[in-house]
Every structure is written in structure tokens, then in C-alpha cells.
Design a protein around this ligand. Structure first.
Ligand SMILES: Nc1ncnc2c1ncn2[C@@H]1O[C@H](COP(=O)(O)OP(=O)(O)O)[C@@H](O)[C@H]1O
Ligand SMILES: Cc1ncc(C[n+]2csc(CCOP(=O)(O)OP(=O)(O)O)c2C)c(N)n1
Ligand SMILES: [Mg+2]
Length: 340
């Protein structure tokens, strides 16, 4: 990008890149100079591509929120304190330019960044002939060990923060509205708004992630691809299996209403839908009380949904799913999230 690139960077610098904790040198030089002050660094990156991760007509405010939120969610799952971000922007040319777009984008970024005291320390801006693409690197700090996906042990309880499935139901709604293939959803305007807010503006569970790690929880993952797929990552990495009670999965009041008459949907949205950005935590029962307390202190719902089993116990399936104590089949994974 020619001149426009520098104007854009100047805006980002003055609005989002103002001095933050541990920023020795932020936006403007060849690289950022950051001071972790003797703590350990946790680094993650997630990329969002128009058409695949968001609709091209998304409001820039919501896009910025989501690009930052999905990365902070990865830090939360490690138990890290979020500190700095780098932002990669690949922008297709636009007749209207990026002036008003950037203004709105920065509003959404700031709203979430200020909530967690995260500073934009640098990034890169390029023009592209492809779709709008955002790549965010998030850097966080830990003092002790992180929560890992390979640390689930037989006997652990499986916990989930917040509720599952809202974003997936909202995606179905959004696909239908755009005349695309989706699953029919009938709901009121109020229900729709609540579901849509979950799709557009996920809430990274940073405080609970840090608190859980401090309580001694060793295993966590954030739920982006769908509960079953993400739990599957834990099971595979840890060499274990799991029992999950479908009737225990936490649903929002809106989703519970929609799913009440349709157990097929109850199974599909929360289990395989994705875009939840809740934490899945595995912890021995001795930590249950401390975990419950940590969640309650933050006004966050935390639900026990199952248990980790040893690899050699009973059937060969990685996950045994039950509904009213009866074993039920696993739903087929739906969507093509990872098709390359
Ligand atoms: N292009 C890449 N180069 C190096 N590491 C990668 C790349 N893509 C993914 N990874 C790593 O693979 C692991 C799994 O990534 P991913 O499935 O994207 O996890 P998440 O759902 O937490 O974002 C992470 O450790 C990530 O850093
Ligand atoms: C327009 C649009 N189509 C589909 C989806 C659904 N979707 C796309 S990617 C994704 C999962 C997360 O994406 P991925 O690239 O796998 O992120 P990561 O696992 O690295 O966090 C979901 C649920 C969406 N959010 N928006
Ligand atoms: Mg990723």
C-alpha cells in the first residue's frame, strides 16, 4: 500500500499503540521492544480470512473484536495474562478507502483491548488481491506452568465455562439470511440478537484461565472448532478417553429454548458447531471446590460435563456420550472448518 499505508499506521499508533505495560518501544520502528520483567512468555497467532471466518459485510468493529478475542482466548486457555499484540492486515483495494472502516475497526479493538489492558505493539499492513485477512499475534505472561492440552488424566472432571452452541446457531441464521446452505432456525428477534452477539463478539475467559492455572489446573483448551473436536484434541494429546453427559452441557436460555423441541439440534450446535471460545478444563476432583469458587467470584458459569477415562477402559470410542444415562451416538462432524 502506498501513502495510505502510512496514514493507516499513524492512526493505529496514535489510537491503539499508546504506551502500555512493558512496552519499551512500540509501533514505529523495525520491531517492538518488550519487557516481560522476568516472567515467562506465551505466544499465539490466529488468522481470520473473509468468507471463511467472517462474512465480508461484517461491521469492522465486530471484526476487530473477534480477531483480538480469538487470540486472547488462546492465552486464556494457557492460563496466561494477556499483555501485547501484533496485528497483520492484508487489505484488498476498496473504492471507499479505509478511513471510516479503520475508525470503526479501532473502536472494536479498543473496547476489548482496554478491558484486558492489552497494547498493540506492532504489526504489518499490505495490499492484497485476495480476501481481507487479519492475523493477530498475542503475547502473554505466566509465572508458573501453563495449562496444556496433553495433561488430562483419568479421573479428571471435565469443565466448560459459559455456554456452548450459541455462535453456531447464529451462524445457521446468518447463512439462511444470505440464502446460503444452513440449518433452519426459527427464533424471535430478541433470541436472534443474543445468539448473534455470541457469534460476533466472543468473550475470552482470561480471568478464569489465570485463576484456574493458579488453583493448580494443568489441562485446558479453548473451544473454537466445536466442543467434541476440541475435547478430541485433549484426549488425543493426553492419551485418554472421556465420558460426556449431553444433558449436562451448558446452554444459554436462548439456545435451550430453541433446542427444547429438537434433540438433534441440541446435539449438533453445542457439540460440533464451533466459534464458542469457552474454556474446556480438566482437573482432578480435589480441585473442584476451588475451581467453582474461582468461577463464582467472577460471575462466570462453570459446568461439569463429564469425566476423563483411561485409554484401556471399556469401548474403543474416544468419547462416550450419554443422554439421560443412556449411551447415544456421536453426531457426525458438520461443516468444513479445516478443509484446505
Ligand atoms: N503455520 C504454522 N506454523 C507453525 N505452527 C503452527 C502453524 N499453524 C499452526 N501451528 C501450531 O499448531 C498448534 C495447533 O494450532 P491450532 O489448531 O490453530 O490451535 P488453536 O485452535 O489453539 O488456534 C499450535 O501450537 C500452533 O502454534
Ligand atoms: C462466514 C463464516 N463461515 C464459517 C464460520 C465458522 N467457522 C469458521 S472457522 C471456525 C473455527 C475456528 O477456526 P480455525 O481457523 O480452526 O481457528 P483455530 O482452531 O486456529 O482457533 C468456525 C466455527 C464463521 N465463523 N464464519
Ligand atoms: Mg489456531
Amino acid at each position: 500500500m502506498a501513502g495510505g499505508e502510512f496514514a493507516l499506521i499513524a492512526q493505529l499508533r496514535s489510537r491503539l499503540g499508546t504506551a502500555g505495560k512493558g512496552v519499551r518501544l512500540g509501533i514505529g520502528d523495525d520491531a517492538a521492544w518488550l519487557d516481560p520483567a522476568g516472567r515467562q512468555l506465551v505466544a499465539t497467532m490466529d488468522t481470520l480470512v473473509a468468507g471463511r471466518h467472517f462474512f465480508s459485510d461484517v461491521r469492522p468493529y465486530d471484526l476487530a473484536w473477534k480477531a483480538l478475542a480469538v487470540n486472547l482466548s488462546d492465552l486464556a486457555a494457557m492460563g496466561a495474562e494477556a499483555r501485547w499484540c501484533l496485528l497483520g492486515l492484508a487489505l484488498p483495494s476498496r473504492a471507499a478507502g479505509y478511513g471510516a472502516w479503520l475508525e470503526d475497526f479501532m473502536g472494536g479493538w479498543r473496547a476489548l483491548a482496554e478491558r484486558h489492558d492489552v497494547t498493540l505493539a506492532g504489526g504489518d499492513t499490505v495490499a492484497t488481491d485476495g480476501p481481507l485477512t487479519l492475523s493477530v499475534t498475542a503475547l502473554g505472561l505466566v509465572d508458573r506452568s501453563v495449562m496444556r492440552r496433553d495433561a488430562a488424566r483419568p479421573g479428571d472432571r471435565i469443565w466448560v465455562t459459559g455456554s456452548l452452541g450459541d455462535a453456531a446457531a447464529a451462524l445457521d441464521l446468518a447463512l439462511m439470511e444470505r440464502g446460503r446452505e444452513g440449518h433452519r432456525v426459527l427464533c424471535s428477534a430478541i433470541q436472534r440478537e443474543a445468539l448473534e452477539a455470541r457469534r460476533l463478539r466472543p468473550t475470552p475467559r482470561l480471568e478464569l484461565g489465570e485463576a484456574a492455572a493458579s488453583c493448580g489446573v494443568r489441562c485446558a483448551l479453548d473451544c473454537s472448532d466445536g466442543f467434541l473436536a476440541d475435547l478430541g484434541h485433549i484426549l488425543e494429546a493426553s492419551g485418554v478417553r472421556a465420558h460426556v453427559a449431553l444433558d449436562a452441557l451448558p446452554l444459554s436460555p436462548e439456545l435451550a429454548d430453541l433446542a427444547r423441541t429438537d434433540s438433534e439440534r441440541l446435539r449438533r450446535w453445542p457439540l460440533t458447531g464451533g466459534d464458542d471460545y469457552e474454556l474446556i478444563l480438566c482437573a482432578p476432583p480435589s480441585l473442584s471446590a476451588a475451581l467453582r469458587q474461582a468461577a463464582a467470584a467472577r460471575g462466570l458459569r462453570l459446568t461439569a460435563v463429564g469425566r476423563i477415562l483411561s485409554a484401556d477402559s471399556g469401548s474403543s470410542a474416544a468419547v462416550i456420550l450419554t443422554w439421560r444415562d443412556q449411551v447415544v451416538p456421536l453426531p457426525a462432524v458438520w461443516g468444513h472448518v479445516h478443509a484446505l
